[in-house]
Design a protein around this ligand. Structure first.
Ligand code: KIV
Length: 295
């Protein structure tokens, strides 16, 4: 139940320590959890606007991810590839304005990372400097090890992301399970280690077998956050619109925990019916000026 309470006590403060250790500015996120040894898994959800971020933050979710999933969930694109840096920046700024306690992580969109090192640094830096993010997430692979190190050295905390990386959809041929052969699983484990060594403070594992995610989690000191990666990660992330029942297409590993689309549809239909039938506006929604001298 979300009561908006901020009384977390000492254990909550203790849980920030790993984020601090890996370079995340924790000064305004006094309730963010994250200690791998803590008894409760880390919780992370996506949000793309201040209103939703406020609700998520009040529900004491640890991390709000401004995912490039905004492309398909709220911006009307067919995939995440058209999402621009400006779109993520503007949405990240809105989410940061709506969030007091959760860690705000901005997802770096397609081709904003990796084309050129100085451009990558500038792009990621703007998420912290201008949009108010605490950290950035990079869809990762062999090509992001060096840039993860550079960004971390410069004070830009990096959340890595391995397994299914949707920005590679055209090479993967769809949003398919990853790490399903021994070779592919070993590559994920090796890359996870390399990103940790490069300075990543956390790792998202998407759509990989639970036993692979479990092995990666055992192999790392930094927290793993799974999406379609089984129960053994240190935390879980899902797309906010999926859990709320607002998405058109929901991946097989997501769970719908509410029916916001149903509630919105009911409200809009009720409004239309009230206007069309003349029930709205009623007397209490209008006022009349008796002293006006109108022809
Ligand atoms: O863009 C996104 O929302 C993501 C999560 C699904 C991890 O990358």
């Amino acid at each position: 139940m979300c009561d908006g309470s901020r009384l977390r006590g000492l254990s909550a403060l203790a849980r920030i320590e790993p984020f601090y250790r890996f370079g995340v500015d924790t000064t305004h996120m006094t309730t963010t959890r994250g200690l791998r040894e803590a008894d409760e898994p880390i919780t992370m959800l996506t949000a793309y606007d201040a209103l939703t971020a406020r609700i998520i933050d009040d529900c004491e979710i640890d991390i709000v991810l401004v995912g490039d999933s905004m492309g398909t969930t709220v911006l009307g694109y067919d995939d995440t590839l058209p999402v621009t840096l400006a779109e993520v920046k503007s949405r990240t700024a809105a989410v940061a304005r709506g969030t007091d306690d959760a860690l705000v992580v901005a997802d770096m969109p397609f081709l904003s990372v990796g084309v050129d090192e100085s451009e990558t640094v500038r792009n990621a830096g703007e998420m912290l400097k201008e949009a108010g993010a605490d950290a950035v997430k990079l869809e990762s692979g062999p090509h992001t090890v060096e840039i993860t190190e550079r960004l971390s050295q410069l004070g830009i905390p990096v959340m890595a992301h391995l397994g299914l990386t949707p920005q590679h959809v055209n090479q993967l041929g769809g949003y398919t399970r990853q790490g399903t052969t021994t070779e592919a699983a070993e590559e994920i484990i090796a890359l996870a280690r390399e990103h940790q060594a490069a300075g990543a403070f956390a790792l998202v594992l998407e759509h990989v077998p639970a036993n692979v995610a479990s092995r990666v989690t055992d192999a790392l000191d930094i927290p793993t956050i799974g999406i379609g990666a089984g129960p053994d990660c240190d935390g879980q992330v899902l797309v906010g619109t999926d859990i709320m029942g607002l998405s058109e297409d929901v991946p097989p590993f997501a769970e719908q925990f509410g029916d916001v689309k149903g509630e919105m549809t009911e409200a809009v239909e009720s409004y239309r019916e009230a206007v069309e039938s003349g029930q709205f506006p009623a007397d209490e929604h209008s006022h009349t000026e008796p002293d006006l001298d109108l022809d």
